[in-house]
Design a protein around this ligand. Structure first.
Ligand code: MSP
Length: 676
């Protein structure tokens, strides 16, 4: 069986996954599932990048041993990926012995090729990026991504002769135009290669957290040099040679557009130097934005993927992200838009179609459908859909693949409206026509469910079961199951609404924006996301009608639940703990134009993260007086637009006769520390 080895970027674990990092894993999972559907022996690897200084600092902040902290985070990441139905085959951690062995093997090979040398390094280093920065990379002396001042470092480092690989890299790009996709990313890297490459430092001196450099154990391997090797260690470099030969080179690395330089310049050059094959392809997807800004834990603009999946179940989220954001481009996430698309694509369209077709099959044919009639227009359209779908999915135009299936669903709705089976059912003389219409609509729906399987694995399985197709997911194949079948009687069952229309009440809760996504014990998986209890609607009920039965949809995020035994006006400790109070440090302050009361504060809220908070303290504090102060603030308030800006939190202050007095601490705790 042909093989396909697919990886995602491995995540830093200084905080939990956010919807941006989850987007990568979801879309890679869609690809992995599509490859399995295509019959490829697919190996899908994800993992955690643990040797970052941010991880080390975060563990220290929590008073934990870094490795013990990473162990806990591994479980947190696995829980989130499990809740999103990500079907990875292996999960690598860079602190695992198999990875250490691979890093040693790789560095030794590169050293033997004569590509390492020692020199002094002096320059900027952004810990947030874990990257050496040149003066020209900075904006107003700050890292443009993290908006923090990089560290100036001066140390004796080991360097990799990256510059020696420029011509080979250019030749590789020329011979393999498919190597980096989409095209816009390829062009960026080509420009960079044409401008010339500098050698890079691959070690950090005097640090304990990392893999000791085999050629100089007083230094550790630079975290990116270490992390990239995970793709090879996961399939046995340095530990299982036969396995490595089986799986290497990787067929596809799915990564974000911010890290293409590492994957398409440094990584292939490392492999060339080590005498190993270069991965076949890298896909640099775009960013998920929140209100126009990159979703990021350090910028405080992150949505918790668990909150998003809880809203309508993981499949609805997977569909939204895959269908709405053209793969390769950036896209904005908002709960409002998510709900709108849920109602349109799932409640009104696919869900309604499933209800109508199965309910009619049960009502008019006791659930037994037989093939009848000659090939229909819908069958012709389905053939085009399959071709369009595979062409799109094979080139990772995932959004187009899904849209082509939606065109088939639209056509099926039109077909039903045109042939009106509910009218045909009124006269026995139309029996043959009714058989034909019901069978054709059910087959079209079956096909659509097979094609949407990689995107919505569990709900399409439920649809297929209702349509009498009981092939286990693992045995489903595009070539057989993804083709129109004009034969075989079908035993159809109807059931509860898969996606009841979201009521406005469900939208009342403001979107949950999680600013710090710090280690959150007990983050809930979404296992109970769908408990359909709605009776099947009457088949004549038009699309878009609300199916509203309490409990039919995942519970919306509700305001504090009070224990009936608790007196009015009193909250429980659980209620209190929902408010995340934290310590912050004011890095900058400025007046808000046209406001007498507000100051715009840039607040450091963790080891390496910051956020904007608008505070109504301008009448009590000058900007100069507040910069440098340690404050208390509410960290998990939904962002609030004020005076054309957005506040990501609320500063705690006592109100004494209209004057604000900020909290004071005996010894200022580190930013991010929780206040209870
Ligand atoms: N640890 C490095 C990757 C090493 S791979 C050898 C890293 N980690 S990360 O946690 O910061 O990011 C993990 C992945 O998520 C990266 O591919 C990154 O581009 C992606 N994303 C981070 N924020 C994102 C969005 N807002 N939207 C989409 N993808 C995002 O980088």
């Amino acid at each position: 069986m042909p093989r396909f080895y697919l990886t995602t970027a491995i995540d830093y674990v200084n905080s939990r996954p956010h919807l941006g990092t989850a987007y990568e894993k979801i879309t890679a999972d869609v690809i992995a599932r599509y490859k399995r559907l295509g019959g490829l022996d697919t190996h899908f690897v994800m993992g955690n990048d643990e040797h970052s200084q941010n991880v080390f600092r975060r563990a220290r902040e929590l008073g934990q041993d870094p490795l013990a902290y990473c162990d806990v985070m591994e479980q947190e990441f696995r829980d989130v990926w499990g809740a999103l139905d990500i079907s990875f085959d292996d999960f690598i951690r860079t602190t695992q012995p198999r990875h250490k062995a691979a890093v040693e093997a790789m560095v030794t090979r590169i050293a033997s090729a004569g590509d390492l040398y020692q020199a002094d390094y002096e320059g900027w280093y952004c810990v947030g990026c874990e990257a050496f920065k040149q003066e020209k990379d900075l904006v107003e002396r700050l890292c443009p991504i993290h908006r923090t001042k990089p560290d100036w470092i001066k140390e004796r480092n080991h360097f990799f002769r990256l510059s020696a690989y420029r011509d080979r890299l250019l030749a590789h790009f020329a011979e393999h135009p498919e190597f980096l996709q989409p095209e816009v990313r390829r062009n960026e890297i080509l420009r960079l290669l044409e401008a010339g490459l500098d050698d890079i430092s691959i070690s950090r001196a005097g640090q304990s957290w990392g893999i000791p450099l085999p050629t100089d154990p007083s230094s550790v391997v630079y975290v990116w040099f270490d992390a990239l090797i995970n793709y090879a260690s996961a399939v046995g470099l340095g530990t299982e040679p036969a396995r490595f030969d089986t799986w290497w080179p990787a067929d596809l690395h799915v990564i974000g557009k911010d890290i293409t330089r590492f994957h398409c310049v440094i990584w292939p050059a490392m492999l060339m130097s080590a005498g190993l094959a270069v991965p076949r392809q890298v896909f640099g997807h775009g960013w998920v934005h929140l209100r126009g800004e990159k979703m990021s834990k350090s910028l405080g603009t992150a949505v918790d993927p668990i909150d998003a999946a809880r809203r309508f179940g993981p499949d609805a989220l997977r569909l939204f992200l895959t269908k709405e954001i053209p793969y390769g481009a950036d896209g904005d996430f908002s709960f409002e838009r998510f709900e709108e698309r849920y109602n349109t694509d799932l409640a009104n369209n696919l869900g309604n179609l499933v209800n109508r077709v199965t309910a009619m099959a049960v009502r008019y044919r006791q659930g037994r459908l037989v093939p009848a009639g000659s090939p229909s227009r819908l069958q012709d359209l389905a053939a085009g859909t399959i071709a369009g779908y595979t062409a799109a999915m094979d080139t990772y135009a995932l959004h187009q693949g899904v849209s082509s299936v939606y065109r088939l669903l639209d056509a099926t709705n039109e077909y039903l409206a045109e042939r009106a089976p509910w009218t045909l059912a009124k006269d026995a003389a139309n029996d043959a026509a009714l058989d034909e219409v019901l069978f054709t609509a059910a087959e079209s729906l079956r096909l659509a469910a097979v094609l949407l399987g990689p995107v919505m694995p569990s709900s399409t399985q439920a649809i297929l079961t209702r349509l009498g197709d009981h092939t286990p997911l693992a045995d489903r194949r595009l070539v057989t199951d993804g083709a129109w079948r004009n034969e075989g009687a079908r035993a159809i069952t109807s059931g509860d609404a898969l996606w009841p229309r979201a009521e406005p009440a469900q939208t009342a809760t403001p979107p949950a924006i999680v600013s710090t996504l710090l280690h959150k014990p007990g983050a809930l998986p979404v296992s109970d996301h769908q408990s359909p209890v709605v009776p099947a609607p009457d088949p004549t009920v038009p699309a878009g009608t609300t199916a509203h039965v309490p409990g039919a949809t995942p519970a919306p995020v509700t305001p504090t639940s009070t224990d009936p035994a608790t007196p009015a006006g009193v909250i429980t400790i659980d209620d209190f703990m929902k408010v995340e109070l934290r310590v912050g440090k004011v890095l900058a302050a400025e007046a808000v134009p046209k406001s007498k009361k507000l100051l715009k504060l840039t607040v450091q809220d963790g080891a390496d993260s910051q956020r904007t908070i608008l505070a109504g303290i301008a009448e009590s504090y000058t900007c100069e007086a507040i910069v440098g102060r340690t404050i208390g603030f509410v960290a998990n308030l939904a962002p609030r637009p004020m005076m054309g800006l957005v506040s990501h939190g609320m500063v705690l202050a006592a109100d004494t006769d209209g004057k604000a007095q900020l909290l004071a601490f005996d010894t200022p705790p580190a930013p991010g520390t929780r206040i209870r």
